[in-house]
Design a protein around this ligand. Structure first.
Ligand code: SF4
Length: 380
């Protein structure tokens, strides 16, 4: 919700911050349980940064990340920052609402989701004490962080560098279940590793081999097994098939789809390739320069692409029939720098439909059909 991630550019002897790279700039979206959401856009649009922020390999600059009705944003912050986040995000909000609405019950009833749950905790369990409320939320942090690490997993792009070449497959796949105490003793660990390897189509007998003894496709299967071994709730697949041969790609995508049904997985599928995204996703989010420009269910997006950028991306998908002539929309110019993004609509420097208003006013995401949101002044 309103996710922002800026990276500092430092220069000079004292390494002062001279500018910020606005990699992700106010992005909100939901992923429902069991769904595959495809995140698509050119290199540098911020899609990988979103994946890394959701995994908490990067801390968000601001915004909230809510998983299973629990705000996980403060889970990885140092204690003082976490307290200040909790106070600013919840306590100040509840107190302001209390002033306006007059009673604690009215505040609780006016909220839903995680906010309501936290308001109940604040007024009833912490008796409106900020210190007690923070302590309540910050208790068991080690356990919460550990659960988070188990619940959110990633399959990386490059199967050659994402597996430690010094470890045997048993250690790579078995480390997570061992750390999270999902297995008792060596025998159970071996059975667990064997079973996840077999789930991804690799013989369990190969668990004592090293990564270099496998092909690219097999390594990616091992990367998937590593994520799967922890029974995660959300799997982020960051360009998970881009580095593979085309012939292997479909095998891995089909494997991921089968595993989704078997294990009730939820995927965030990040890719620059709209044809891959089309095949795997239920819902698609299109990003440009740190912002969401369009989001809709797959069929709706492909039947009615409404943002000029989405239309240009779609026109680049090749049709496997030489007799069908397809009109290509060629975007001119380069993607502008995320350090100093264009004013108004960020796409206006390359948009073939741009008007005067586009460089002055930033278009907000509007729902043009149920579930179909577009950030363009002229989308109908
Ligand atoms: Fe193009 Fe203007 Fe729409 Fe942006 S708001 S996509 S510049 S027409």
């Amino acid at each position: 919700e309103n996710l922002v991630k800026y990276f500092p550019i430092r220069a000079g002897v004292f390494k002062r911050v001279v500018a910020w790279i606005k990699a992700v700039d106010g992005v909100s979206f939901e992923i429902n349980e069991g769904e595959t959401v495809g995140l698509v856009g050119e290199s540098g649009c911020g899609k990988t940064t979103i994946g890394m922020v959701l995994l908490r390999l990067y801390e968000p600059t601001s915004g909230r990340i809510i998983i299973d009705n629990e705000d996980t944003t403060y889970f990885f912050m140092p204690a003082l920052r976490a307290r200040s986040y909790i106070k600013k995000t919840y306590v100040d909000k509840f107190n302001a609402m209390l002033k306006e609405l007059g009673s604690k019950d009215a505040v609780i009833n006016a909220l839903d989701g995680v906010d309501r749950r936290y308001a109940e905790m604040f007024f009833n369990e912490a008796k409106s004490s900020v210190g007690k409320f923070c302590s309540l939320l910050l208790s068991d942090m080690d356990e919460k962080r550990k659960q988070f690490r188990k619940n959110v997993q990633i399959v990386f792009q490059d199967p050659y560098s994402s597996l430690n070449p010094r470890l045997r497959i048993k250690s790579i796949v078995g480390e997570g279940p061992a750390v999270h105490k999902m297995v008792k003793g060596e025998k159970e660990l071996i059975n667990k590793v064997r079973s996840v390897l077999e789930d991804v189509g690799i013989s369990g007998d190969y668990m004592y081999r090293f990564p270099h003894e496998f092909s690219g496709g097999q390594r990616q299967r091992i990367g998937i097994a590593r994520a799967l071994a922890l029974s995660p709730k959300l799997v982020i697949a960051d360009e998970a098939v881009s580095a593979l041969d085309v012939s292997i790609r479909s095998q891995i995508i089909n494997l991921m789809k089968d595993l989704q049904h078997e294990h009730k997985l939820t995927y965030l599928f990040i890719s620059h390739d709209l044809s891959v995204i089309k095949y795997v996703s239920d819902r698609i989010i299109v990003m440009y320069l740190g912002k969401i420009v369009e989001t809709a269910a797959k069929k709706d997006l492909f039947d009615n692409p409404s943002h000029p950028y989405t239309r240009a991306l779609m026109s680049a998908i090749p049709i496997p029939n030489p007799n069908i002539k397809k009109e290509r929309i060629i975007l001119t110019g380069d993607v502008p720098s995320p350090v100093n993004p264009p004013s108004g609509c960020r796409f206006h420097t390359r948009c073939y439909m741009a008007q005067e208003i586009c460089s002055k006013e930033e278009p907000q995401l509007r729902e043009i059909r149920p579930g179909h949101w577009v950030a363009c002044h002229f989308a109908k």
